[in-house]
Ligand binder design. Structure first.
Ligand code: SF4
Length: 333
C-alpha cells in the first residue's frame, strides 16, 4: 500500500478552507496549547465534538491553566465531568496534569514513550499530543483516519497494519512542516468528508486517486457495535429524610469505584424478602443495554459500608446511571 500522491498537501489545502472553529484550536505559540490539547484529547476519547464543547468551556472557565487544573480535587473534577461519562478519563486527566506540572515543569515530553507514561494516554493520544503540541511527524490513528486510509485503497480496515502503512509511507505523509495541522486535518477530513455513511466523494479533492470512489466493488467496513444485554436488580435503602444509601462495594465492571445502591445480576432464584418492587426500566451505557428492576426498602439501619445521600440537590458527583435511580426513587415521596 503505497501512496502515489502528496496526501498531506491535498488534505492541508482542504483543511485550510474548511476547518471548524473549535475552542481548543489555539495558535501554535499560545501558552495554553498543551493545556487545551490535553484537556480536549481526554474529553474527545469516545465522545463527539458537539458534546465536548460545553464541557471544555466549563473547564477552561474554572481552570485557566494546566497548573490550576492540577490542583483541583478528585471530587471537584468528577462533579465538573458529570454527564460526560467514562469517568476514569477525569481521574486520569487529573493525575496526568499533576505529573506534567511536577515532573515536566508543565511541558509535554517530546518522546512518545515518555508521553505514554501519562495515565490514560495510549498510542492514539500520545501521537495526537506529539503532533499537535510539538509539531512532530505523527499520525493519531483514530476511527476517522483508519477509514480514510482504508478507503483510499478500497480495503477492509481489519486487513491493514496501520503502523506498517505509516512506516512505509512516511516520506509522503510527513512531507510537510505543518505536522501539527496535518494530525488534525486528517481526523477532520474523516469526520466531515470521508464520513462513515455517505462519504462526500463528489466534492472530495482525493476522488481522482481514491480506489473506493473509482471501484465498482466498494469495500464496506460495517462496524456495528456488539450490544450486550444485561439484567440487573437494584436494591435501594431509603429513609423519610428523602435520602438513599449508596456503597462502593459493588463489583461491577461499569461504574466500578462509584457510589451506587446494591446491584446484582438478576437471578430468578434470589428471594427478595422485605424489598418492594418499584419499577423496571432500560438504561444504556456504551455497548451495554441494561434492563433494570428497581426495588426499595424504607429503613434507618444500613450496612456499615453504606452512606446516606440526599436524593435532591446533591453536591456530590453522581453518575448519570445513579441519577436515573434517584429520579425513580424520588417518585415515592
Ligand atoms: S473520494 Fe470518497 S471515499 Fe475516497 S477519500 Fe474522498 S470521501 Fe473518502
Amino acid at each position: 500500500m503505497h501512496l502515489k500522491f502528496n496526501l498531506s498537501k491535498k488534505i492541508l489545502s482542504w483543511y485550510d478552507n474548511n476547518k471548524r472553529s473549535l475552542p481548543w484550536r489555539v495558535s501554535k505559540n499560545s501558552p495554553k496549547k498543551l493545556y487545551y490539547r490535553l484537556l480536549s484529547e481526554f474529553m474527545l476519547q469516545q465522545t463527539q465534538v458537539k458534546t465536548v464543547i460545553p464541557y471544555f468551556n466549563k473547564f477552561t472557565k474554572r481552570f485557566k491553566t494546566l497548573k490550576e487544573l492540577s490542583k483541583c480535587s478528585e471530587k471537584e473534577i468528577l462533579k465538573l465531568w458529570e454527564g460526560l461519562g467514562y469517568y476514569r478519563r477525569a481521574k486520569n486527566l487529573l493525575t496526568s496534569s499533576k505529573l506534567l506540572v511536577k515532573e515536566y515543569k508543565s511541558k509535554l515530553p517530546d518522546e512518545i514513550k515518555e508521553i505514554k507514561k501519562l495515565p490514560g494516554v495510549g498510542d492514539y493520544t500520545a501521537n495526537a499530543l506529539l503532533g499537535l503540541v510539538h509539531n512532530k511527524p505523527a499520525i493519531a490513528v483514530d476511527g476517522n483516519v483508519k477509514r480514510v486510509f482504508a478507503r483510499l485503497f478500497n480495503k477492509q480496515e481489519v486487513k491493514i497494519n496501520f503502523e506498517k502503512f505509516i512506516r512505509l509511507n512516511k516520506k509522503n505523509l510527513f512531507n510537510t512542516k505543518r505536522n501539527s495541522d496535518f494530525v488534525e486535518a486528517l481526523m477532520e477530513f474523516g469526520a466531515l468528508i470521508c464520513k462513515p455513511k455517505d462519504p462526500k466523494c463528489s466534492i472530495c479533492n482525493l476522488n481522482k486517486t481514491c480506489k473506493y470512489f473509482n471501484s465498482s466493488n466498494k469495500v464496506t467496513n460495517n462496524k456495528n457495535k456488539m450490544i450486550k444485554n444485561k439484567n440487573y436488580d437494584v436494591f435501594c435503602y431509603i429513609n423519610k429524610k428523602k435520602q438513599i444509601a449508596l456503597t462502593k462495594t459493588n463489583n461491577l465492571g461499569f461504574l466500578s469505584e462509584f457510589n451506587l445502591p446494591q446491584i446484582k445480576e438478576t437471578n430468578s432464584k434470589d428471594k427478595k424478602i422485605n424489598w418492594k418492587f418499584l419499577k423496571s426500566y432500560k438504561n444504556s451505557i456504551s455497548n451495554l443495554k441494561l434492563n433494570i428492576n428497581l426495588y426499595y426498602k424504607f429503613s434507618n439501619k444500613i450496612p456499615s459500608t453504606y452512606n446516606w445521600y440526599l436524593l435532591k440537590n446533591n453536591k456530590e458527583f453522581i453518575p448519570s446511571f445513579t441519577k436515573k435511580i434517584f429520579k425513580q426513587v424520588s417518585t415515592l415521596f
